[in-house]
Design a protein around this ligand. Structure first.
Ligand SMILES: Cc1cc2nc3c(=O)[nH]c(=O)nc-3n(C[C@H](O)[C@H](O)[C@H](O)COP(=O)(O)OP(=O)(O)OC[C@H]3O[C@@H](n4cnc5c(N)ncnc54)[C@H](O)[C@@H]3O)c2cc1C
Length: 621
């Protein structure tokens, strides 16, 4: 609760200012406007990120990172490929690269002249696109299976048409037109999902229209008194943050995909950002939303701080993954921009020590905005991604570090790293630091400094490019995540890793799997854990099928160990098969009936979260 003297010190908090809702520079557009050639060409179409950024290997077999957008840009990493070889038990041969064969064949579009004629009453000609590569890009996200397919195989079904509405009203009308013409609509945010939630159902015979939300990218207003903002759904994360910062605010929602993912996508997938401990998850930040559905526009008169107003339609939209309607905008909570932001890092002798440290931190009233615990394999990958350091200085640093490490009983094959981000006022950051230092001492933590912490967070954005690079060395890799109670988390981490290794061995696959994990969020009741799996597949005919099988085994093990089906990536098509094992039949039926009732013609027919109906005994065989 804010005290009077604090209220006086903060002019924005005086209630009489409430009436002066501040229109923010006539709705500032934030983020890229796709469909515009200069913006589209900056983005890589067949993999992650910007076209001018990415890993490469030179003729001498040294890896490096291109481009000037990230701190690691222009660096080389002499140890990266050797580390990958060791971790995967294989040789990575420069002469045998598995180069991308993009673009694949793209299925021709279905056409419907009467639908197009009606769409043209709402949208201009240039807001409709049938270009094959644009349609292809709108038919997938970033799941391994999808990136592999577009670069080495093909997608059997992609949208027939991509449209770029620029007003919320146009989206509402679009839905009515689609319903009238029996077309299928698929909302498209940043295309960053990893759950195959944009993958078009191969059997869909209707015309599929991808509704690209990138032109609905405006901050409509900022209300500094009540700390809220109304933002359109296609606005991209980093751009929202930059614009709010200019007004002294932050949303505090920063998923690792922030450069490309959108507000609408976050709501539709129930996303979680790295600073959840301080600001909350997306469901904590959204006060209200506007949605274009088959029944019409869903909206409310106002967004109170909290309401008891019967069945809450907003709750249905969280995690709806494009199946119930198109989110066109939302009112979100804001926080003052933190006055201080500091990084930190701590090395612990074992994963268990680091985990005990996190557990000790769970009840802190003012926790760091982010704490991430990397297991030994991830820690080592981070070290392998160190750019060239100058000879003598580098060697001295290594000797010194290893001496300190010995003193603290840190074995390079066991040690783990916790990276931290403190945010807030000067006093809050001082408090956060103090509690971290106190708890880390109890669990043999060795402070590794701000620079290593900052590097960890900087790596977040560049490491996202690593998977595409690895693919060209015949390595398949992906991550999956879960949430689990504190009491079951450590056992789950161990058992999931063991399950993958055992299955890998049983199938007599080549080399060895790289299985790593990290804890990225902590709650009073448990943690969010990310697992990473990679293996070298040179001799396998269908590496993606093998990968999916291993991931399914791992997911089954996660659930057996008490983990959730997903903490924030969602269900899409990848995890739908597991819904019946975590929900009662009535719960599955309930969700399916909601869908049928609010979208009776299945306009939003992207088929996410669909549980295969078990066949009746007489139809089997
Ligand atoms: C490198 C990388 C890092 C990631 N890090 C994180 C992370 O830290 N935290 C996290 O939560 N996720 C993360 N993700 C996953 C992904 O970024 C999130 O799921 C994100 O919320 C998807 O947003 P998007 O705008 O890209 O949606 P899209 O991928 O375009 O769409 C995802 C689903 O949402 C639907 N959808 C999109 N927009 C709308 C709308 N306006 N209305 C209705 N439905 C809509 C789509 O139809 C689809 O079903 C990461 C992914 C990658 C590849």
């Amino acid at each position: 609760m804010m005290h009077m003297d604090e209220a006086e010190a903060d002019p924005q908090s005086r209630p009489e200012r409430t009436a002066r809702r501040v229109p923010d520079r006539d709705s500032t557009p934030v983020g890229p406007t796709r469909g515009d050639a200069s913006v589209d060409s900056a983005l890589r179409r067949n993999g992650w990120g910007f076209a001018d950024s990415g890993f490469y290997a030179n003729a001498e077999g040294v890896a490096g990172f291109n481009g000037g957008r990230y701190p690691l840009g222009g660096s080389t990493f002499p140890e990266l490929l050797a580390w990958m070889e060791g971790a995967l038990g294989t040789r990575l041969d420069q002469r045998e690269r598995h180069e991308f064969a993009y673009p694949p064949r793209v299925p021709p579009p279905l056409t419907d002249p009467s639908l197009i004629a009606d769409l043209k009453t709402i949208l201009a000609e240039e807001q409709l696109c049938t270009d094959s590569l644009v349609r292809l890009r709108h038919g997938h996200g970033h799941a391994l299976e999808e990136i592999y397919a577009i670069n080495y195989v093909q997608l059997s079904r992609v949208p027939d048409l991509v449209v770029y509405p620029s007003t919320e009203q146009a989206v509402v009308e679009l839905v009515a037109v689609a319903r009238r013409h029996n077309a299928c609509l698929v909302p498209y945010g940043g295309g960053t999902n990893v759950s195959k939630s944009l993958a078009c159902p191969p059997a869909e015979r209707r015309l599929i229209v991808s509704v690209d939300m990138s032109r609905l990218n405006k901050i409509l207003w900022i209300d500094p008194v009540n700390r809220t903002a109304s933002i359109q759904a296609g606005a991209v994360g980093c751009a929202i943050q930059d614009e709010l910062k200019r007004h002294g605010f932050t949303l505090g929602h920063e998923p690792d995909s922030s450069e490309f993912s959108t507000l609408g996508g976050w709501i539709a997938t129930l996303a979680s950002g790295m600073k959840r401990s301080r600001y909350g998850n997306i469901e904590d930040l959204v006060l209200d939303m506007r949605v274009a559905t088959s029944l019409g526009a869903v909206s409310r008169q106002s967004a109170g701080p909290r309401e008891s107003a019967g069945i809450d339609v907003r709750q249905c939209m969280f995690g709806s993954e494009g199946t119930l309607g198109i989110i066109t905008g939302a009112v979100v909570r804001l926080f003052p921009t933190p006055t201080i932001q500091r990084h930190d890092s701590i090395v612990f002798p074992t994963f268990e020590d680091g985990f005990a440290f996190l557990y000790a931190m769970r009840d802190e009233a003012s926790p760091p905005a982010s704490m991430r615990l990397l297991d030994n394999a991830q820690f080592q990958l981070g070290l392998a991604l160190r750019p060239v350091a100058s000879g003598l200085l580098h060697r001295l640093r290594r000797i010194r570090n290893s001496a300190i490490a010995r003193l603290h009983h840190i074995d390079p094959e066991q040690g783990v790293l916790c990276t931290l981000l403190y945010e807030g006022t000067r006093q809050e950051v001082a408090l956060q630091r103090k509690s971290v230092r106190k708890a880390s001492r109890r669990f043999r933590g060795l402070h590794a400094g701000a620079a290593n912490g900052r590097r960890g967070y900087e790596l977040t954005y560049t490491i996202a490019y690593l998977r595409d690079f690895a693919l060209t060395f015949h390595i398949v890799a992906d991550s999956f995540e879960t949430s689990v109670s504190w009491s079951r988390a450590l056992a789950m981490c161990t058992e999931v890793k063991a399950r993958i290794r055992a299955e890998f061995e049983r199938l007599a696959l080549p080399g060895r799997p790289l299985v790593a994990c990290r804890i990225t969020q902590i709650y009073g009741t448990g943690v969010c854990v990310y697992f990473y799996l990679a293996f070298h597949h040179a001799t396998l005919a269908d590496p993606v099928a093998v990968f999916s099988h291993l991931e399914s085994c791992a997911r089954a093990e996660v659930i057996r160990c008490g983990g959730s089906i997903s903490h924030h990536h969602g269900i899409g098509k990848i995890r739908a098969e597991f819904l019946p094992s975590v929900l009662s039949p009535a719960a599955v039926e309930f969700a399916s009936r909601v869908k049928q009732a609010v979208d009776p013609d299945n306009v939003f027919g992207i088929d996410n979260q669909r549980v295969a109906v078990p066949q009746a005994p007489e139809t089997l065989g």
